[in-house]
Design a protein around this ligand. Structure first.
Ligand code: ADP
Ligand code: MG
Length: 321
């Protein structure tokens, strides 16, 4: 590498995004020191992205940086947590200035939007791969979890699930600069918007929550299983975007909605007693939210079409991954 590890850190990562008073010691020492707010629980998660497996070989550096931060922010959103700090472990095959500059722009740009400070990391030479660890907090005991759903709770999803997977399919067909609805779908894949404000609003309201990374059916199945229950999806209630309807026939579009990954929307459950509070806060959201079904006692995942209920094969929608 012509740039040394410390050159890379100084030039691309030391600025570290927003300054936070609770970063007592940031990049530059052996470890960071972070001041936890009183009466809060620490919420932390880590995600690893490997070229060719978690993002396409030809994805731009800015998009990769954005994605590495977005997938972690989405985990914070799913917990109802306020993200605060992140660390970055980065493996790059060469010290390319233009790549590193694009990557840090994408990563730190999105971190800045959500007030997250980069407080440390590690930089090595190797195959292109990166891992961001994110840390945030919630008032004690108030984090959203997967395991709190109960039979009778309503099931909801934010946004338009399926659009990101349709965007990835467009990318794979080599349409780098698509027009019309396809352009919007591609953007849903390259620029997922972590639902942080929505996740925080759901504290004290949602009984369970998960972010949709592997497909709505798969992730709702995980939530239901963690809660020791099952879920019924009303197929006719699924949100269907105009963009998706424009590029896929109705059957294919429904498969995208149920099985497509990479949406980073929130899927959550609301008990009857919290419905009016929920409707009040959801009316202020900048994204759509749709009631798509309910939690049931019988474990498993079911589909309801015109009052008939059938088992939905779990994992049967995996093929878009
Ligand atoms: P050490 O050998 O003590 O681990 P390093 O030379 O690896 O120290 O890192 C020096 C400082 O730079 C540390 O504070 C580390 O957290 C930070 N750092 C290294 N790589 C990155 C990176 N990619 N992003 C942010 N901070 C980094
Ligand atoms: Mg190190």
């Amino acid at each position: 590498m012509s740039l040394t590890e410390s050159d890379i850190i100084d030039r691309f990562f030391s600025a570290g995004g927003p300054k936070r008073a609770d970063v007592l010691l940031g990049i530059g020492d052996d470890a960071a020191i972070l001041g936890m707010p009183r009466d809060h629980d620490l919420v932390t998660s880590v995600d690893m992205l490997i070229q060719g497996r978690h993002f396409p070989e030809d994805m731009t550096a800015v998009d990769i940086g954005y994605r590495a931060m977005a997938v972690n922010l989405s985990d914070m959103a799913a917990m109802g947590a306020e993200p605060a700090w992140a660390t970055l472990a980065l493996s790059v095959p060469e010290a390319s200035e233009s790549w590193l500059s694009g990557f840090s722009t994408g990563l730190l740009g999105l971190a800045g939007l959500h007030g997250v400070a980069l407080v440390g990391g590690d930089t090595v030479k190797g195959p292109l791969a990166m891992s961001v660890q994110i840390m945030g907090f919630v008032p004690c005991g108030s984090a959203l979890r997967r395991d709190g759903a109960r039979p009778g709770d309503g099931v909801y999803v934010t946004g338009r699930p399926g659009e990101a997977a349709a965007g990835l399919a467009i990318w794979r067909r080599g349409l780098q600069e698509p027009q019309g609805p396809a352009a919007g779908l591609l953007r849903r894949f390259t620029r997922p918007e972590p639902r942080l404000a929505e996740g925080r609003d759901l504290r004290g309201i949602a009984s369970a929550c998960i972010d949709v990374s592997d497909g709505l059916a798969t992730d709702l199945g995980r939530l239901a299983r963690a809660s020791g229950a099952g879920a019924i999806i009303d197929l006719d209630a699924l949100p269907m975007s105009d963009a998706l309807s424009a590029v896929a026939d109705p059957i294919e579009a429904r498969s995208y909605v149920l099985g497509g990954g990479d949406d980073y929307e929130l899927c959550f459950t609301v008990p009857q007693w919290a419905l009016s509070d929920f409707e009040r806060c959801a009316s202020r959201w900048g994204c759509p939210v749709t009631a798509i079904g309910e939690i049931c006692e019988q474990q498993g995942l079911y589909a309801r079409i015109s009052d008939e209920i059938e088992a939905l094969e779990e994992g049967g929608f995996d093929h878009f991954r």
